[in-house]
Design a protein around this ligand. Structure first.
Ligand code: IDP
Ligand code: MG
Length: 182
């Protein structure tokens, strides 16, 4: 139990540190990549806005051109499939924006916001459904499980590049009055 007199962060007058800790422990951090087509088509801002509007927190952001070796590691599960060479060629062809997004249930929330893999089949209202028609140029990657999220955030971000920070409006994004953030 943290004593009452030290429940506030020393550096500012932020929310009680016990509530921050509960939220940090309950939240997931997922890896999102805005793929070369999203960057080239000038869709970065609109896609990030969707995640921010939803209430997800940006904890890491990095623009990069993915080296071939990293693309191959990231998509290792797809090696041998007919689209694999095209996929790693596409992902390394032009800059991407890599994001670490945090929130309670962030992995599943981001996957549902992305929509089905093929732009031609993704529902209207999803990122892939609203911004694309192509099946291979499908704008966005998102981790599909807690194991994948841990592995992928470690592949794309170095120690210290994903930040723990508290949003000023956190207590209006989640109900923090109970034992768990809701
Ligand atoms: P996901 O991105 O929705 O998780 P995965 O099945 O993991 O979909 O495939 C990884 C990526 O490989 C897709 O996002 C897409 O860019 C590409 N891809 C998957 N299946 C095909 C295909 O049949 N043709 C072309 N590209 C594909
Ligand atoms: Mg996948």
């Amino acid at each position: 139990m943290i004593p009452a007199h030290s429940r506030h962060t020393p550096s500012d007058r932020g929310p009680p540190i016990t509530k921050q800790l509960e939220l940090t422990m309950a939240a997931e951090t997922t890896l999102i990549i805005l793929k070369p087509d999203a960057v080239q088509r000038g869709l970065m801002g609109r896609i990030i806005t969707r995640f921010e509007d939803k209430g997800l927190q940006v904890c890491g952001a990095k623009m990069m051109q993915i080296p071939m070796s990293l693309a191959q590691t990231h998509y290792a599960d797809h090696k041998g499939k007919p689209f694999y060479d095209g996929l790693v060629g596409f992902m390394t062809s032009s800059p991407v924006l890599v994001l670490a997004l945090r929130g309670v249930g962030a992995i599943a929330i981001c996957r549902s916001m992305m929509g089905a893999t093929f732009g031609s089949q993704a529902d209207a209202g999803t990122i892939r459904g609203d911004f694309g028609v192509s099946n291979s140029f499908n704008l966005i990657h998102g981790s599909d499980s807690p194991e994948a999220a841990a592995k992928e955030t470690g592949l794309f971000f170095r120690e210290g590049e994903i930040l723990d920070w508290t949003r000023a409006n956190e207590c209006w994004v989640y109900d923090l009055s109970g034992d768990e953030p809701e």
